[in-house]
Design a protein around this ligand. Structure first.
Ligand SMILES: Nc1nc2c(ncn2[C@@H]2O[C@H](COP(=O)(O)OP(=O)(O)OP(=O)(O)O)[C@@H](O)[C@H]2O)c(=O)[nH]1
Ligand SMILES: [Mg+2]
Length: 439
């Protein structure tokens, strides 16, 4: 395969940038561009990187000898100073050497094609990079570092073992039922149960990434932005005593225990002739549609829209928490609200945060899962369950053993597709095009 290169770190000013180069024969250029010509693999060398006689930078160089490299090919990495001009000079150098720019995910794709990793492990590399919370990291690591592949090869072996027994039956079938392996149905039944349990321990990465959306609504000046800022712990939204301050939606992420929430501050509701403010109010109402939980923030004495928000939320089947703010100024109007706070002093926020967390309790909890999988895997796993059930039912009903063997063959083939024993170019294209350049 050709020699390709990529900047593996972001193309922005930084302390260090890392370039990766892979492709058999790429080591040949090193004595031309680096101030040293003998290298032991996997060691970090510091020296000058040169383009002809001109020194570009003093860099770190690590050389990997295939097949003991990420891609399975000869490769090397250059760690240079993270200046934009330095990066541009290194790109020019590699272009002048005839190296091609790597496509997205090319390093991982080569690792797969060179049998360094399975296809599901390659997918897990991207899922790990995309993970936004610690549980996502644990789940994609389980998929990446062999645990998921081990499970799949375990089930593939179980399917093979049962198929061998079924095929043995086919060979003996002339001799009547006397020899029939009565344990086969039980073994298949146990395999279906085990496989379904395993599927239950997998979570689709799309479901896992679903955000908990929380929106703050209420009358103008009730303290929505102040509540928003206190929830986040920093001044993200502008707070002012003039009503109608927030006009556009402002959102930010809030982490609580192991969950993350997307919290949105919106424009306050009131009668207005200002067209910009009117649009902001329109946005606030439509934001309720996108949210999972609505926090209505009110001041004592200005609870007009409370009924309106309650009705809107119950019509749209949204959870609603009514909050009385500014309890440092006005006594709490007990019985009228779900929660009482002061965004100024922080009083009541422990209760509010708990109420927010509790309202998502029934949502998917990542702690209950072991492996992060993709839609592609989920579809294949469902097919495996169908194949195994069909084999079991066929066996129980005394159907042709050839058909049972065919179902088991299909189950095995669908498991093979998960790990990439079977793949098409278009599948590889779909998988790797969503990767980062340089990975
Ligand atoms: N005393 C007191 N003042 C508060 C509290 N929360 C907010 N305020 C004040 O109330 C005013 C309005 O606060 P904001 O947070 O901007 O209110 P808002 O609901 O976002 O207002 P709009 O964006 O205009 O709809 C500001 O002067 C805040 O300092 C509180 O708990 N106690
Ligand atoms: Mg505001």
């Amino acid at each position: 395969m050709s020699v390709v290169f990529a900047l593996a770190t972001p193309p922005a000013k930084s302390a260090i940038c890392v370039f990766r180069v892979t492709g058999d024969g790429c080591h040949k250029v090193l004595k031309k561009i680096f101030s040293r010509d003998l290298f032991d693999p996997n060691r970090f060398y510091v020296g000058s990187l040169k383009n002809k006689k001109k020194t570009i930078d003093r860099v770190g160089l690590v050389v990997f000898k295939g097949p003991k490299s990420y891609t399975g090919e000869d490769s090397f990495e250059i760690h240079a100073h993270g200046g934009l001009a330095v990066m541009s000079e290194i790109v020019n150098l590699f272009n002048s050497l005839g190296f091609e720019e790597a496509a997205a995910g090319e390093f991982t794709k080569r690792a797969f094609l060179n049998n360094k990793i399975t296809l599901n492990e390659a997918e897990a590399v991207s899922d790990l990079i995309e993970s936004t919370d610690s549980r996502g990291v644990v789940l994609s690591n389980n998929a990446l570092f062999g645990e998921l592949s081990k499970k799949i090869s375990f089930f593939a072996k179980c399917v093979d073992d049962i198929r061998v027994r079924v095929e043995g039956e086919i060979d003996f079938s002339d001799e009547g039922n006397d020899y029939f392996d009565g344990g086969l149905v039980k073994s298949l039944h146990l395999l279906v149960v085990d496989f379904e349990l395993f599927v239950g321990s997998c979570i689709n990465n799309k479901v896992s990434k679903e955000k908990n959306n929380v929106v703050l609504v209420g009358p103008v000046n009730s303290g929505k932005s102040s509540t928003f800022n206190r929830l986040l712990g920093f001044e993200r939204s502008i707070v002012s005593s003039s009503p109608g301050t927030t006009r556009d939606m402002i959102s930010s992420e809030l982490f609580y225990e192991s969950s993350s929430f997307n919290v949105v501050d919106t424009a306050g509701i009131r009668e207005t002739f200002d067209s910009v403010e009117k649009r902001g109010i329109g946005f606030s109402i439509s934001e309720i549609d996108r949210s999972d939980l609505v926090l209505g923030v009110f001041e004592k004495g200005d609870v007009g829209p409370l009924g309106y928000f309650k009705d809107l939320c119950s019509k749209n089947k949204k959870n609603f928490i009514s909050i009385q703010n500014k309890i440092d100024l006005e006594s709490a109007d007990k019985d009228s609200f779900d929660c009482y706070i002061s965004a100024k002093t922080g009083e009541g926020f422990d209760v509010l945060i708990k109420l927010i967390g509790d309202s998502f309790k029934d949502k998917v909890k990542k702690e209950d899962y072991k492996f992060l999988i993709r839609g592609r895997h989920e579809k294949l796993f469902k097919l495996v369950v169908d194949d195994l059930k069909s084999a079991k039912d066929g066996l129980k009903a005394g159907e042709s053993l050839e058909l049972v063997a065919e179902d088991l063959k299909n189950a095995r083939s669908h498991l093979d597709e998960v790990v990439g024993v079977k793949f098409s170019d278009s599948l590889l294209g779909d998988i790797f095009e969503s990767f980062c350049i340089g990975k």
